[in-house]
Design a protein around this ligand. Structure first.
Ligand code: PSU
Ligand code: MN
Length: 303
């Protein structure tokens, strides 16, 4: 039905029924600075492999959706200036134009579901931006997660967003939300965003059981978010200072639409004395590991 290109490793995993973890590519192309991004992309994949699952990094190359990237393809996504940021609505247009694109949480979730992959690890989600009452800037991530059967491991959302509004929208859209060993909603760079969660899970097995229960209850049509807090957070003073100046600069420069998030991520990387990069790496590796553990646990339940 879908004309996806599967990497050799993912092809084998599909044939053997091995656990697979989807990974997004926008974090590689637009979320992390070069040249470190390529090294980290490989480390993320190796973390998944180390736990006994198979990584499927998702991206578009020359208009073709790839589920799992060969080494040269990963290199292209990490280094080419021709890589655009694609959400769900962009995919068909970019396919016709035979473009390279990195997929957001929305586009990655959509493709993963179509490829039969049920677990996805990312860093931070998109959400409702500050000032959204005037700008209407709410990430398409939320709308897509509202209608996609996928479990997404993330570190909460960044405080570049309106966290309270994002949590309200997650609720309205019936997207499941559970903390991993915490009842405090994480704030990406920060262990706690200041908002409380209703539920937590104690283990990958508990999460796998929740995923199975979703199927039994017919509530799998919207995503389940697993919020996994950072271990060593960015010092609050650095965080608050960079956040305030970054938001001010984005407003001053009139940055809007899909460019807002990459602009702010880049600003953080250049102005936090390396703290933002360190935190980002820790987060994505930890989320990849947890996603792989959930994928393995899910397969064990089915035995
Ligand atoms: N937030 C982060 N890091 C990221 C992104 C968001 O903390 O890398 C990326 C993800 O790919 C996410 C996308 O899906 O940005 C959301 O973009 P927008 O806000 O334009 O919907
Ligand atoms: Mn937006």
């Amino acid at each position: 039905m879908n004309s996806f290109n599967f990497s050799d490793e993912v092809k084998r995993a599909r044939k053997n029924g091995a656990p697979i973890v989807a990974l997004e590519s926008t974090i590689i192309s637009h979320g992390l600075p070069r040249p470190k991004n390529l090294e980290i992309a490989k480390e993320i994949e190796n973390t998944v492999r180390g736990i006994g699952a198979v990584p499927a990094t998702i991206a578009m190359l020359n208009g073709v959706v790839h589920v799992g990237l060969e080494e040269a393809e990963l290199l292209e996504i990490a280094t080419s200036d021709a890589v655009t940021k694609a959400s769900v609505r962009d995919l068909a247009i970019l396919a016709q134009q035979k473009r390279h694109a990195a997929t957001t949480v929305a586009a990655t979730s959509h493709i993963a579901q179509a490829a039969g992959i049920s677990i996805f690890a990312t860093g931070g989600l998109g959400g409702v931006h500050r000032g959204a009452r005037d700008t209407w800037d709410e990430s398409a991530d939320l709308y897509t997660l509202a209608r996609t059967d996928i479990t997404v491991v993330c570190a909460g959302v960044k405080s570049i967003l309106d966290v309270a509004a994002t949590l309200e929208r997650i609720e309205s859209l019936s997207i499941g939300l559970v903390g991993y060993r915490t009842l405090k909603f994480p704030g990406f760079y920060l262990r706690e965003s200041g908002f409380i969660l209703e539920y937590q899970a104690a283990s990958p097995k508990d999460l796998a059981e929740m995923i199975r229960a979703r199927k039994k209850l017919g509530t799998e049509n919207a995503a389940l978010l697993v919020a996994n807090p950072i271990e060593r957070e960015v010092p609050r003073d650095i965080h608050d200072r960079v956040l305030a100046s970054g938001l001010a600069l984005a407003t001053e420069q009139g940055i809007s639409g899909k460019y807002v998030t990459p602009f702010l991520l880049d600003y953080f990387h250049h102005n936090s004395d390396g703290e933002s990069l360190r935190a980002n790496i820790e987060i994505i590796l930890s989320n990849a590991a947890l996603a792989a553990e959930i994928a393995v646990a899910l397969l064990k339940l089915e035995d």
